[in-house]
Each structure stands twice: as structure tokens, then as C-alpha cells.
Design a protein around this ligand. Structure first.
Ligand code: SF4
Length: 413
């Protein structure tokens, strides 16, 4: 039996932690909602998610609705991202309760509202619900179009399910769909990679996110590497796959706007091509450009007025805290202006757009080119960074090493 207090016992807005941050602060750009459930844990995954039971889902939804209600007045988001975990695992009745809370909070008119989905847990009833409540972007975890690689990754969906879900989303009118793919999967050859990319390109999504597999400790994939059951893709192959990806997608009308993210523009014949592709994910751009965002749900983190915080990473504890104190925050910290500027530089350089030096100064109070003069010189001289009209950005080669670039800004920050 659950130990949580139900929403009926939650009373009064006075205890809301959001009101401490910013009463009626319409400047909060984005809201992230974490759904901590997955049907089965993928072999490479280190995110916070669990296989749910009915009572845990019920308790989670009650707590989340309370958190949305508490945050409601302090936000007027342009973007909402419903991530996880697997949001599409929630039954329609629970999705509906959450969406009604979002509607009550006045957030349903968000310009971009994404829901992450697993092809194995989507169906027409859920898709209709998404449309009815204003979801206008779907991000679907595909990872590979090769059955044996899906097995290596421990994914529960099949290639057929990917096609079926995609067709159902299109039939329902979704015209902004992202597909996630992975490369450097153990056992993946260049020919597998090409085959997955061809099949995905034929589907014609507006956006692709392509990640290199990372071997996180405490995952079955890491264990398989350690005991020799699987062997890691070598660095040269991973690099060749990334380069192939960039060329392949460029030829098919995608523009790379971040290390792992590629999007199309609305019209191929646009005369005035914007720096950021039309179908770029606005929610993630807000993170990379240092905008404010609320994080709701267990393990979610947020960033508001230079304060970074995280909710407890335990669904039962989250539900108990929301029931008793209406505040599930585990910790919060305020960065020094210099550390924040360094972090902003590092995030911004993940995007193909990089940073306009003057905008960076206005945003942070620090001069990008004098504060980080030496690293910037080094990156320019080795061909990882370039600049034009006062804007500094990583070259295609530099983007491949964006994590190493970031370290220079974070360390000196
Ligand atoms: S579906 Fe996503 S969050 Fe869930 S286990 Fe797999 S990778 Fe992790």
C-alpha cells in the first residue's frame, strides 16, 4: 500500500516553492516534465526510470498534478517537454489527468510541446489525446532500424512498430516529428549505419537526434563490455560514422544545428535561410542558450534566475514530499557569475550558431574573447573554431569535440 498523501490533503498555494523564485514570472521560457517509467530498462540507459506498477503511477500522477498546480502561476512557457523515461507508457486516463492540470495552469498554448514516445507504447487513443490537448511535436526513440542491434540495446520495440507509429502520428496530423538514432553500437558496421540512415531518411521526419553510444557504469552494456560478451566500436569507426552522418543528412536537406541534432527547414526554396533551421527543437535551444526552465517530476532539474535545482530522484519519496510539503526539491545552488558565464559559453558552443560576442557580453557581463582568449586562439588555430562578424562558432570538426571544448570554458570559469 502506498504511503503517500493524496492530493486531497494538499492545501493552499502558500507552500509552493515556485513562488519563492518568481511570483508571476512570465519569463520562464520552458517546462520539463519527467516521467520516470519505462516498460523495461534499455541495456545502455543510466537515466532515472523504473518499471512501474499501477499504484506507483497513480501516486506519481497525483503528485505531479499538485506540482503543476503549484507552479502554474509562476510560468508562461513557450515550450513544454514531456520526457523520461517513457511518457507514452502512461495509460490514457493518467495522461488526461496530467494534460488537464497543464490546461488549468494555463500552459496549453505553448508554441512547442514535445512528448517523448517509445514506438512500442504508442497507440491511436494516446495519439488522439496528444493532439486534443495541444501537443505539437513528437520525439520517438528509434535508435536503430536493424533488429539485431535493437536487441543488443535492449529495446522493446521492433522496426515494424517504428513504421506503424510513425504512420499513425502522420495520420493524426503531427507534422513535427523527431527520431532518435544511435551509432557506434557494439556490432554495428558502416553498412548497418547506412541502412538505418536510408530507412529513416525515407520516412521523412522533420528532425533527427543522433547520439554515439556511451558506456555508462552500472548498465548491462557496460557489464557486457567488461566480461567480454560485447566489444566496443572502435574510435575510428565511430568518427567515420559521425562524418558519414553529417554528409548524408546535409545531402537530404537537414541542417546540423547542434552536435547531435539536425533539422529541416519548412521550404526548400527559402530565399532567406535562418541561422537556426525551422524545425530545430526550441526547448533544447533554450537550454543551450541559458534560458530559464522549470523541471517538474522526480529527478527533474530546473534553472531559474541563476539558481539551479533538482527534485528528489525517487518516485515514492517525490510523491510523499509533494503530498506533505508540496516541495520535492532535493538541492539548489547558485553559481557565481563567472561560473555561469563559463557554463553558458560551453553550452552555446554545442550549437552550430555558437555565440555572438556582443550578445554574450550583454547576457553575462563577461567578454568572451578576453576572458577565454587563450583557449579561443588555440581552437581557432587547430581548426576547431571559426568566427565571422563577431560570432564565434565551432567548425564541423570542432563540433565533434564539443565536450573537450566545453571543458576549457568550464575549467577556466
Ligand atoms: S526508454 Fe529511454 S529512458 Fe527508458 S530505459 Fe530506454 S533509454 Fe532509458
Amino acid at each position: 500500500m502506498s504511503t503517500m498523501t493524496t492530493s486531497a490533503s494538499v492545501s493552499g498555494r502558500a507552500a509552493s516553492p515556485w513562488l519563492d523564485f518568481a511570483p508571476c514570472d512570465r519569463s520562464i521560457q520552458s517546462i520539463y516534465i519527467h516521467v520516470p517509467f519505462c516498460a523495461v530498462k534499455c541495456h545502455y540507459c543510466a537515466f532515472y526510470s523504473k518499471e512501474p506498477d499501477r499504484q506507483t503511477i497513480e501516486d506519481y500522477v497525483t503528485a505531479l498534478c499538485a506540482e503543476i498546480e503549484a507552479a502554474g502561476p509562476s510560468a508562461g512557457p513557450r515550450t513544454i517537454f514531456f520526457g523520461g523515461g517513457t511518457p507514452s507508457i502512461l495509460p490514457p486516463v493518467h495522461l488526461k489527468r496530467i494534460f488537464e492540470s497543464i490546461e488549468k495552469a494555463g500552459w496549453s498554448g505553448a508554441e512547442e510541446w514535445t512528448v517523448e514516445c517509445n514506438p512500442a507504447t504508442l497507440n491511436p487513443a494516446k495519439i488522439r489525446l496528444f493532439r486534443d490537448y495541444g501537443v505539437n511535436r513528437i520525439s520517438m526513440g528509434v535508435q536503430s532500424m536493424e533488429p539485431e542491434l535493437l536487441e543488443t540495446l535492449g529495446r522493446i520495440h521492433t522496426v515494424e512498430m517504428v513504421h506503424r507509429s510513425f504512420d499513425q502520428l502522420r495520420d493524426a496530423g503531427f507534422d513535427n516529428i523527431n527520431l532518435d538514432l544511435m551509432f557506434a553500437i557494439p556490432g554495428q558496421t558502416m553498412s548497418h549505419w547506412n541502412s538505418s540512415l536510408q530507412q529513416i531518411a525515407d520516412m521523412g521526419s522533420e528532425h533527427l537526434s543522433c547520439y554515439e553510444v556511451i558506456y555508462e557504469e552500472d548498465t548491462p552494456l557496460f557489464q557486457s563490455l567488461k566480461d567480454g560478451t560485447l566489444s566496443e566500436a572502435d574510435e575510428e569507426l565511430a568518427e567515420a560514422m559521425y562524418e558519414y552522418l553529417i554528409d548524408f543528412l546535409r545531402e537530404r536537406g537537414f541542417r546540423q544545428y547542434e552536435v547531435a541534432n539536425f533539422a529541416r527547414d519548412r521550404a526548400d526554396d527559402a530565399m532567406d535561410i535562418p541561422l537556426i533551421p525551422d524545425f530545430a527543437c526550441r526547448h533544447n535551444l533554450n537550454y543551450w542558450h541559458g534560458g530559464s526552465y522549470l523541471g517538474l517530476g522526480p529527478a527533474a532539474n530546473g534553472f531559474i534566475r541563476d539558481i539551479r535545482y533538482q527534485n528528489v530522484a525517487n518516485t515514492r519519496r517525490y510523491a510523499e514530499l509533494m503530498g506533505s510539503t508540496r516541495n520535492a526539491m532535493e538541492w539548489k545552488e547558485q553559481l557565481s557569475p563567472m561560473a555561469r558565464a563559463g557554463e553558458l559559453a560551453a553550452f552555446g558552443f554545442r550549437t552550430a550558431h555558437g555565440w555572438d560576442a556582443e550578445q554574450f557580453r550583454q547576457r553575462t557581463g563577461f567578454n568572451l574573447t578576453s576572458q577565454w582568449e587563450q583557449p579561443i586562439r588555440n581552437f581557432i588555430s587547430c581548426g576547431w573554431m571559426s568566427h565571422k562578424d563577431g560570432r564565434f562558432f565551432l567548425t564541423p570538426t570542432g563540433l565533434r569535440f564539443a565536450d573537450a571544448v566545453a571543458m576549457e570554458f568550464l575549467v577556466t570559469g
